[in-house]
Design a protein around this ligand. Structure first.
Ligand code: COA
Length: 195
């Protein structure tokens, strides 16, 4: 797996290193992030274990439920986080998660980072299906997924338990053929795909 260091002009996506656990912990536990997604275990101990495993196997999480963590950098500053969870290793089905620090939103950085991250995943690693499951009221995230070329598949009623209530989510997915459609018009992405 070669997505551990993806460079797009000044935006870079890199695997999180075990010694960066504090930064990861702070980004994930930011109340604004937790307001938009449900994460099962956000303890530092759990994150540390994830980062150690991720370093050991270099590639994907081979076990269902494995989570791999990445940072989005602008120049040398961490401005966001991208997670990749193995939903089914057998079916090569993964789930994407992401957040960008408030100060760096609305500038297209997340879009750029995710475009390249996704192109590399499909190009290098033979993923079959990539899912994203935003809360139904998370317009910013939904807009981003649509722009990235994800397909809306439907409403997942009361899918997540969050802040004392069940919330609806949407299922979005991307298959390799969806990405091929999207990259056809994007030279920048073609470069990443062909690497
Ligand atoms: C969802 C989230 C990641 C979006 O990140 P972002 O950095 O604002 O995304 P982008 O900057 O790429 O795009 C956001 C907007 O900026 C606009 N934009 C501004 N300048 C741009 C540029 N140069 N290039 C592309 N888009 C640009 C986009 O058109 C887009 O507008 P829209 O939302 O009306 O479609 C961010 O809001 C976030 O972190 N939210 C909290 C956590 C979260 O919800 N995570 C997702 C859980 S499913």
């Amino acid at each position: 797996m070669n997505e551990s260091n993806i460079q797009i002009s000044s935006i870079v996506v890199k695997s999180v290193l075990p010694e960066q656990v504090d930064i990861l912990y702070n980004i994930i536990n930011d109340p604004d992030n937790l307001h938009h997604q449900t994460i099962n275990d956000v303890s530092k101990l759990y994150l540390k274990k994830c980062l150690e495993t991720q370093q050991d196997n270099h590639g994907f999480g081979y076990i269902d439920g494995d989570v791999r963590h990445h940072f989005i950098y602008k120049k040398k500053q961490v401005i966001g986080w991208v997670s990749l969870t193995t939903k089914s290793a057998l079916s090569r089905r993964y789930e994407l998660g992401y957040t960008t620090t408030k100060k760096h939103r609305g500038k297209g950085y997340t879009y750029k980072a995710l475009r390249h991250f996704i192109a590399t995943l499909f190009g290098v690693d033979n993923i079959n299906r990539l899912e994203a499951i935003p809360y139904a009221d998370n317009k910013k995230s939904i807009n981003l997924l649509v722009r990235l070329g994800f397909k809306h598949e439907g409403l997942l009623r009361k899918h997540n338990y969050h802040d004392g209530e069940y919330v609806d989510c949407y299922m979005f997915s991307m298959l390799k053929e969806d990405l091929e459609e999207t990259i056809a018009s994007d030279d920048d992405i073609k470069m990443s795909w062909n690497k």
